[in-house]
Every structure is written in C-alpha cells, then in structure tokens.
Design a protein around this ligand. Sequence first.
Ligand code: SF4
Length: 473
Amino acid sequence: MPDQLKRTAAICTMGCKVNTYESARMAEELTAAGWIMVDFREKADVYIINTCTVTQIAARKSRQMIHRARALSPDALVIAAGCYVDRDDSLIKEGVIDLAISNQDKPNLVELINKTLDERAQEQQSIEEYTELSESASSQDLSQATEPVAPSDHTRAFIKIQDGCRQFCSYCIIPYVRGPLKSRPIGEIVEEVKGLTEKGYKEVVLTGIHVSSYGLDWKEQNYNRMAEEGIYVGEDLARLILELDRITGLARIRLSSLEPRLITKEFVSEISKSKKLCPHFHLSLQSGCDRTLKEMNRHYTADDFREAVRLLRAAFDDPFLSTDVIAGFPGETEEDHQASLDFVREMKFAEAHIFPYSRMDGTTAGKRKDQIPADVKKRRAHDLLHVTGEASKAYMERMQGKEVTILLEQIVTSGQPYFTGLTDNYVRIAIPADRIPEGTGQGDLLKVRIDGYVNIRSANHNASGLDTILRGI
Ligand code: SF4
C-alpha cells in the first residue's frame, strides 16, 4: 500500500489469552499489509473488536466496545470478530457493525477488510457521481493518524497451540462457537517460537481453548473416554514442551489453563524433564463439590483434583497453583457451597479467580429454573474470596528472602520509579529502578532477592488504587 494511502486500524481484545494471541496475529497481518496500528481510544479507519461471550458480562462488554468504536468515528469500518458474533448475528442485522468475522475467518481479516472497503468505495463512488461530491468522508480521516502501536506489547508471547473444545461444560457456550478441535503441528509451533526468540522474546505462554486436548484431534480421540480409561492424555503436549525446551534463547515456557485429569504420573514425569517449564499451573476447579461438578458436566471429582495437585507439588518446588471457581451455580445448596469452600481452603491456591455464576443463554445451565439469587451468589463469592485471599498471602510470605529471576516488563512510578516483572512462578516483583544494572531493561532476565513489599499503581489495582506486591533488590 503506498504511504499516502496508509490507513489506521485499532484492535480491542476481550476475553481469553487465545483472543490475545489472535489479536496480535491480526495486528501483525494488518501491519504487514501496510496498515498503521493505533490505540483503540484514538480515531481510526477500522476498529476490530475481538469479542468474547464466555459470560453475559463479557458479551455486554464486547457490545459496549463496539458502540464505543462507532461513537469514536462514525465513518469508520467497525468489525466484530470472534465468539460473540459466532453466536449472535443480530449486530450485523441491526447495522451496528459493518462486518462480522468468525473465529475461523480471523486469518483472512485483511482480505475481508479489503473486500468490504472496495464494496464501500464503489457505493461511495456512485453517491459521489450522483451528488457531485468531490471528497469522501473516509479520506478526510486519513489526516487523523496517530502514533503507531506495536502489534504486541508483551514481553511474553502468547502462542495458540490449539482451538476448539469438546467438553461441553453445562454453563459454557464456547464449544458451540469455537468449532471442532484443531491442534497445530509441533513443527509449526516450534518454528513460530524460534522466530519470536530471534525477535527477543524470552518467554512463551502456550494457550488454547482446551490446551489439555492438544493433539487428540490427530488421533480422533475423546478426552473424557481416554481419561476415564486411564489412557495417557498429555503425550503430545509433553512432546511439544520438550521440543520447545531445545530452542536456544528461549528461557521460559508457561502453560495456560489445564484440566486436572491431564495431570497424571506420566505427564508430570515427562514435563519435569523440561528445564524451561515454569512452575506455574492453572488448574480449573470450578467447584470443590462433587455433586455440583457432576451438574457442571466436568467429568472429575474433588479427589481427582486433589491427586493432580499432589502430583504437581511433589514434582515441583512450591509451584504457583491457581484456579477458577464458580459461586452459586444453579441448584447449588448451602451444603454444596460449604463443600466447595472447604475444598478450596484445603487446596491453598496461590491465586483463585472467583466468579459468581453468570447465566448464559443457549447452555444447559442457563435453562435451569433453580437459579441462585444474585445476593446469595455474591455472598458465596465473598466467602470463597476470603479463603483464597488467606492462602495467597501465605504463598507471598513464603517467597520472602528467596533469590528469584524476573523477566523485566515495565517501569511504574509509585513514590519512586520501579521496574516490575514476573518470576517463573508468576509472582510480580517490583525493583527500585536505580537498582537495575546499566544496559538491562524490558525483556531482560534479572536475578533479585525478595526483601519485603511495596505499594504500586497498576491496571488491576484494588479499591485504594494500589496493589501491594513483593519488592526485590
Ligand atoms: S472446558 Fe468447559 S469451560 Fe472450558 S471451554 Fe470447554 S466447555 Fe467451556
């Protein structure tokens, strides 16, 4: 595209790390095609909202961002991509968006934009010929180009290793909107990661819709049947990790959300051979009550989960174990809630994301009549937050005095400038900027000793506007 025709595009990402990965890829493809990426808050010629529909709240936020884009630049091309539009075509019917791009069509984004802009230009030309207007409204916007943003501003790169989920949890719409399981070949992922390490990335996060199913589509295998029959499910995922381990320049491999039944003796024994795998495991629990787990169609029990945690804690030195828990699933009694609460307390997670159940149309759970009142869900979520908060604090306390390596990310100012970054076990550390050796900066690894806490302003701050995080020197 010649310079004078360069146009601006902005992407807003909702939802999961798979969307984060796919947004980064879309930005790369747009940049390669000559588009200038700008911040979503700026005026742009094209806005892409990479939507999410995992909860009603996520769907509502996706809609809000679409309306915000329309308000920012009424003449812009507003595109909604991903799960929300795969599920609901009303946005396009109502003319709220100009183009809907399904998850499957995300790789064809540039082609679809060009086609739509061509059609629009043809329409515009007819109007111009008729009204004898000399300039199109959209060309006036070209002067509004703002500072470019990089396709990805992460020091960690997210790599999508698979798509799709066949688990059909009763509260989740994702299997209906993300399509069949599709795992990327190991060789292709290895090549992508090599390219990223050459660009300076030291850490990759392996993401997917159901990472634990990685490779099963090649064998036409069913995750639940294999897990029930005690067949080793994680073979291909372990193979991928060990292949990535051999890449020179790559320092860390992090896994995103995993299923507890993936964590078998064989899997743990294989992944323990990796020198780069981060001791950070996010195991989705959802409930600690067997009756609720069954109603959620989760296919495992609290005992299965307990065993997975035992195996990980035996193989790794105090790994960071995080989880998700739903409070107030339809039909959850006070006894069920208590069982879940007791189990969560027993597991001592380093971090837990607690979600009051969010009713989702089109799911089995969404149709149930025994929905829990909002105030009860809120109270149960609060109970869970309280017990997970205690375990989180204890984990942070255990980090005191330890020598750790952090991947430097960004400078924040809170009284004085600090550099912040993550340890391999996913703990955020702040180091006074004047303690950073010369020539060291964003994307570098640095050894520090943890010596206390500091209050830092951050995007995810609490009510006081500050987060208390560990300090390193
Ligand atoms: S595992 Fe369950 S919650 Fe996760 S994407 Fe699949 S159906 Fe949804």
